[in-house]
Design a protein. Structure first.
Length: 424
């Protein structure tokens, strides 16, 4: 994909230059750009020559002067302007391979691109990392990266990822250490493969890498009922407890929220999660939600009777039951928690980002409420599309409900701002 302009920031240099959505940035100072990394590097200059292809196809050359570190204010459609580096693995736990046909096209893309890891925090396996890639990473001192390790046992990693290059993981991580390039690690725990003694080995190996290792997230394997074999087994209560115990000696290692829910134990205190650096992997999101809620003072009463039903994932039910207990103390305000069962994927899938429109409709259609609150994570970013391709209007029509989309997983600030609108 070329460097297509999605939008420009108001009051920016790009707006002054009349660059607009649909234009293409062809080069900076004669250099063609391969990604957002190049763009950020080459705009650091006091004098620039931009080559722009306008929407009508005309080519314009723009010379400009600016402060050295001023951004141009261009937002691109993609962070990568050439071909995304594809995933070359056939991981036994790959979620993409456990999806049915008919979902959004983007859900079937399997990328393994170090640039997206650096720019957007996506996980990479390093099995397709070339010497050229390493030279660029070293020269520009990029980082941190997010690396899917899973196991440091070479033979086991090759078996789990079905790629002979997968066995080089410790060699590659030691190279990152030698370049003083930091990284976060992820382990998708698959019972019978990389749990128990194998997990102990992996954590010990990772711990030996010192300060370049920033954190380790352990997440349970997700198994949908579209899977055609029985190679994988779900994480049980016993395995969840064992995994939590194995990880305890390591300060940089955190289990995802699901492990504590499966084990039937309380979510750990704030200190357990450090700086919450792996929230997007479900590590600490429930604790962050509870901490955020506890930072607000609730009104004693609102001036209008209102009922809100929070349609949550089963994973978020733990936190919202605690939140609802306090919210229901507000006079005239009533809230109820409705976890959405995933008939589409199967009972093992419990996260909000995978809830489909019809599963949501089934949960809320007979509910009595003024508002049904859902987190925006149920929708495709910057859209009203659910992952099954149906939109928010479809849900509103089929459920006959007033849907309130709350930013991200659930923004406590948004909830409190809403309540305070009706405060006496």
């Amino acid at each position: 994909m070329p460097a297509i302009v999605s939008s420009v920031e108001k009051g920016s240099i790009a707006e002054e230059l009349e660059i607009e959505a649909g234009d293409i940035l062809l080069s900076i100072d004669g250099v063609e750009l391969s990604d957002l990394i190049d763009y950020r590097f080459y705009i650091n200059s006091e004098e620039l020559t931009l080559e722009i292809q306008k929407k009508n196809g005309e080519i314009e050359e723009i010379e400009l002067e600016k402060d050295y570190d001023d951004d141009l204010g261009i937002i691109f459609e993609s962070a990568v302007f050439d071909k995304i580096h594809p995933c070359l693995n056939k991981c036994i736990f790959c979620f993409v391979d456990q999806q049915p046909k008919g979902l959004r096209d983007t859900l079937y893309i399997k990328d393994d691109d170090y640039r997206l890891s650096y720019l957007q925090g996506t996980y990479i396996t390093l099995t397709n990392l070339t010497e050229k890639d390493k030279a660029r990473i070293s020269k520009m001192h990029l980082g941190p990266f997010y690396i899917s390790v899973h196991t440091t046992n070479p033979e086991l990693r090759i078996k789990m990822q079905k790629n002979p290059n997968a066995g080089k993981i410790m060699e590659q991580l030691k190279w990152f250490k030698s370049q003083d390039i930091p990284f976060h690690a992820q382990i998708v725990l698959c019972p019978g493969f990389n749990d128990g003694e194998e997990l102990k080995r992996t954590l010990k190996d990772l711990d030996s890498l010192g300060d370049c290792l920033l954190s380790v997230a352990i997440v349970p394997v997700g198994i949908t009922h579209y899977r055609e074999d029985s190679v994988l087994k779900r994480v049980t209560k016993e395995i969840a407890k064992e995994t939590i115990e194995i990880s305890k000696p390591y300060k940089k290692v955190c289990c995802s929220d699901e492990f504590f829910l499966l084990a039937g134990v309380d979510i750990p205190p704030t200190e357990y999660y450090g700086d919450f650096c792996q929230l997007d992997d479900g590590v600490g999101s429930l604790r962050a939600l509870l901490d955020d809620f506890e930072s607000y003072t609730l009104p004693k009463k609102i001036n209008k009777k209102i009922k809100v039903v929070f349609a949550t994932s089963y994973a978020a039910e733990y936190a919202f039951n605690k939140i609802a207990k306090d919210l229901n103390k507000i006079e005239n305000f009533e809230c109820e928690i409705k976890p959405v069962r995933s008939d589409y994927w199967g009972e093992n899938i419990t996260v909000a980002g995978l809830i489909t429109s019809d599963d949501l409709i089934r949960t809320i259609k007979d509910v009595s409420a003024d508002f049904i609150a859902i987190p925006s994570i149920m929708l495709k970013p910057f859209s009203e599309l659910f992952l099954d391709g149906k939109n928010l209007d479809y849900v509103k029509k089929e459920s006959n409900q007033n849907i309130w989309v709350i930013n991200t997983q659930y923004s406590i600030k948004e909830i409190m701002d809403f309540i305070n609108l009706y405060k006496n």
